[in-house]
Design a protein around this ligand. Structure first.
Ligand code: ADP
Ligand code: MG
Length: 360
């Protein structure tokens, strides 16, 4: 390749290069829309996949809606209503703050449409269409309850290799999306989440998951998502640990964890969900710790867990990757040690001790 002199890439191309990295697959696309609905204080969110998301993905919420003054900025890159300076990150608890998800969705899909009404405009609503550069193309009047619907058609239409790959593996991609959405169904309280897949040829609307909403807690959500068939609910121990880190910082771990007695776990490490401040995250060290501890009591099975680590916002860094699934925790080693000793106490005090002897 002939070498060019070093020069700045033009802004349009920079945005194209970057936006392909924000929405990388079906699961990140739908996750971003659901997070926007949760950030808008919705209590009911419907997620409609058409043809496993190949034809369209629509998320319909009853949140705050979007102010008319904001319409032109919704899909522009780095435009957000959630953060005004980097320092805000320490006090921010919204899912979004980077202002790049919608921009990435409009630039990689065939079309992106928002329909929104606020309590000031209701029942009047607006249908907004955006161009692939993020500029608002049209506003049309309609009616709608207070809230927002976001509709993506032909995800990755403008990234042909990714589109082909998605279509080829659509069932696997769809399952990954459902698995990620399951995290939100489990952890969101006071929100009714419903997920459907619509198969156009047969014109049937398959309900995939529905949570109850209205005062639903983690426990209700576990029932709604998994029913009573998958594992024995009686095998779950409720966890409510206060971890005193250097006497100043309070860290809590709450949720449910399998009892390590024989037959109380499951055959494979499925059903393992970790959240930090109710945000679904990948926290490999905690996951490994929980599996290893369990193994020392019950060699033949794996634990089921749904655990939420509650921690001061200034002790975590969620801005490691665009999807915010990777998280850095200050004093992670100390926190894990505290968790370890609490769980060992718990396991020793449960009838697990008997099973431990059995496995010797
Ligand atoms: P971010 O969530 O990081 O702010 P997004 O690109 O996801 O960036 O969204 C841009 C802005 O559009 C948000 O800051 C918010 O003001 C608005 N928005 C998007 N979706 C919704 C929704 N469902 N309800 C209300 N406002 C929304
Ligand atoms: Mg967002």
């Amino acid at each position: 390749m002939s070498r060019l002199n070093i020069a700045k890439i033009n802004n349009v191309d920079i945005q194209k290069i970057n936006s392909g990295q924000v929405i990388i697959d079906l699961q990140t696309a739908v996750k971003e829309l659901v997070e926007n609905s949760l950030d808008a204080n919705s209590t009911s969110i419907e997620i409609l996949f058409k043809n496993y998301g190949i034809d369209s993905i629509e998320v319909i919420d009853n949140g705050d809606g979007i102010d008319r003054l904001d319409f032109k900025n919704i899909a522009l890159n780095s435009y957000t209503s959630k953060l005004s300076s980097f320092d805000d990150l320490d006090i921010l608890n919204s899912f979004g703050f980077r202002g790049e998800a919608i921009h990435s969705l409009v630039s990689t899909s065939k079309s992106f449409q928002i329909t929104t009404a606020t309590k000031e405009t209701y029942p009047k609503a607006s249908i907004l269409n955006f161009g692939s550069n993020g500029l608002l193309i049209s506003i049309k009047p309609t009616t709608r309850n207070v809230g927002t619907s976001s509709l993506i058609t032909n995800l990755f239409e403008n990234l042909p290799v990714r589109r082909k790959n998605f279509i080829k593996n659509h069932k696997r991609e769809f399952n990954k999306a459902i698995e990620l959405l399951t995290n939100y169904c489990l952890i969101t309280e006071n929100v009714r989440l419903k997920i459907f897949n619509i198969l156009p040829k047969r014109n049937n609307k398959n309900l995939i998951i529905a949570t109850k909403g209205l005062n639903n807690k983690l426990k209700d959500n576990i029932y709604s998502v998994f029913g009573s068939k998958i594992f024995n609910f009686k095998s779950l121990i409720e966890i409510d640990f206060s971890l005193n880190l250097f006497s100043t910082s309070k860290v809590k771990l709450v949720g449910y964890l399998s009892n390590p007695s024989p037959k109380m776990g499951v055959k494979s490490p499925s059903h393992q969900y970790i959240f930090v401040n109710s945000r679904p995250v990948i926290l490999k060290n905690l996951k490994d710790l929980l599996n290893n501890l369990y193994k020392s009591f019950n060699l033949l099975q794996y634990p089921v867990f749904f655990l939420n680590l509650k921690i001061n916002l200034n002790m975590i860094d969620i801005n490691v990757t665009p999807d915010k699934r990777t998280i850095l925790i200050q004093n992670e080693t100390e926190i894990l040690n505290l968790i370890k000793s609490k769980i060992l106490d718990l396991y020793h005090n449960s009838d697990a001790e008997i099973s431990k002897n059995n496995f010797k």
